[in-house]
Design a protein around this ligand. Structure first.
Ligand SMILES: *Cc1c(COP(=O)(O)O)cnc(C)c1O
Length: 380
């Protein structure tokens, strides 16, 4: 068997159809496909193109370098970047290349205004309200000061306040009382901005979970991330198929070695797994340096030699061992760690449960040694 020793195969058709499904779900609201963190590990530029093809009006990223990478990759549409610190050297380039920017505090407005003067064109700004996450955004107490700074920069002609936005703390528990409370505070922040003279193009609050479960959080624009890649943001409420989504990534490897070992053999560091009888073990060339969580030692699921099995013993840096019993196998055979489930393979969500984390972390932490391959298919 040939092909890469370890690969993450990304179905761009799944990304495309997931965005289309989210867009349909969002009704009249526009869609911002969030492609931060290398499109959640799926590859920034190919996924951005697929998301645009699926109807994404906007792309969302955390860092300015991510926005610059989108521009370098040829994307000319609306892009919002929301995370930078004082003295950010890329701000002028971001304004010059028409990237929308977040401001959570007056210093950010001042730096964006300075970048706009240097770039010789106005910057489009989204003012972020902290409505209860206590992460980015201005609190209700700080909101008037942020509005004042932004409206003065707008009067000078260097800034256009085009958006007011927020982020929810409990969107994955749709009936949690904080969701409604945050939306009320958001409405107050929007009203204050409009009273101050902002002509808002977009009000936005919803991540994937809120896009799928809280119609009252959709406003003018939704910002799904994880759902774009076909992973349910609310796994306790429904799987991908329940929301018309298809997981885009399949992580697989080819067995690097297959051998018989006797009963009573300790397997991998610390011998946490001991064979009960003579058996065949396979060496899977993926480890924690590739993003396989070490906390999934003895628990991570995989499809190998025609059956669902569990990682035998500890996850090592570059490899894990799987016990194949007496089933036939040879070096080079494919093992699937997770995928959309077409062949009965586990999901990224299964790995998240095995590792005590969320599927977001499973896909975003895949390391650079895992070869990404992009294929066009994957339409549902
Ligand atoms: C990451 C992020 C999103 C997307 O969240 P998902 O839960 O992946 O849909 C949306 N908005 C902001 C501000 C984010 O940081």
């Amino acid at each position: 068997m040939t092909g890469p020793l370890r690969q993450a195969r990304i179905e761009l058709g799944a990304v495309r159809s997931n965005v289309a499904a989210l867009s349909e779900r969002a009704g009249d609201a526009q869609v911002m496909a969030v492609v931060k963190a290398d499109a959640y590990g799926h590859g920034l530029v190919p996924c951005a193109r697929a998301a645009r093809a699926g109807g994404a009006d906007w792309l969302g990223v955390a860092l300015l370098e991510e926005a610059m990478a989108l521009r370098a990759g040829g994307d000319t549409g609306r892009v919002l970047a929301w995370l930078f610190g004082p003295g950010e050297p890329r701000l002028e380039q971001a304004v010059a290349t028409d990237v929308d920017l977040n401001a959570s505090a007056p210093w950010a407005v001042a730096e964006i205004a300075a970048a706009a003067r240097a770039a010789g064109r106005p910057a489009r700004v989204h003012l972020k309200a902290d409505t209860g996450l206590s992460r980015a955004g201005a609190t209700a107490d700080d909101w008037p000061g942020l509005l004042d700074a932004a409206m003065r920069a707008q009067a000078e002609g260097v800034v256009q306040v085009v958006g007011v936005w927020t982020h929810l703390a409990w969107a994955d528990v749709p009936d949690h009382p904080t969701v409604g409370l945050q939306l009320e505070r958001f409405a107050a922040a929007v009203a204050a901005a409009e009273r101050a003279g902002a002509r808002l193009e977009v009000r936005h609050a919803a991540n994937s979970a809120a896009t799928l479960t809280r119609p009252d959080a959709r406003f003018d624009l939704v910002r799904p991330g994880i759902a774009v890649y076909g992973i349910s943001p609310v796994p306790d409420l429904g799987g991908p198929a329940d929301y018309g989504l298809r997981p885009a990534m399949t992580l697989s490897a080819r067995l690097a070695l297959v051998k018989r070992i006797p009963a009573g053999s300790g397997v991998s560091y610390g011998h946490e797994y001991v064979t009960e009888r003579e058996t065949t073990v396979g060496l899977v060339p993926l480890g924690y340096a590739d993003g396989i969580p070490r906390s999934a030692s003895g628990r991570g699921p995989l499809l190998a030699a025609g059956a669902l099995r569990t990682v035998a013993g500890r996850v090592c840096m570059d490899q894990v061992v799987v016990d194949l019993g007496d089933d036939p196998a040879q070096a080079g055979d494919e093992v699937v760690l997770f995928g959309p489930g077409d062949s009965g393979e586990p999901s990224a969500e299964d790995w998240a449960r095995a590792a005590g984390t969320i599927a977001y972390e499973i896909v975003t932490r895949l390391g650079p040694r895992v070869e990404r391959t992009w294929v066009e298919e994957g339409d549902r």
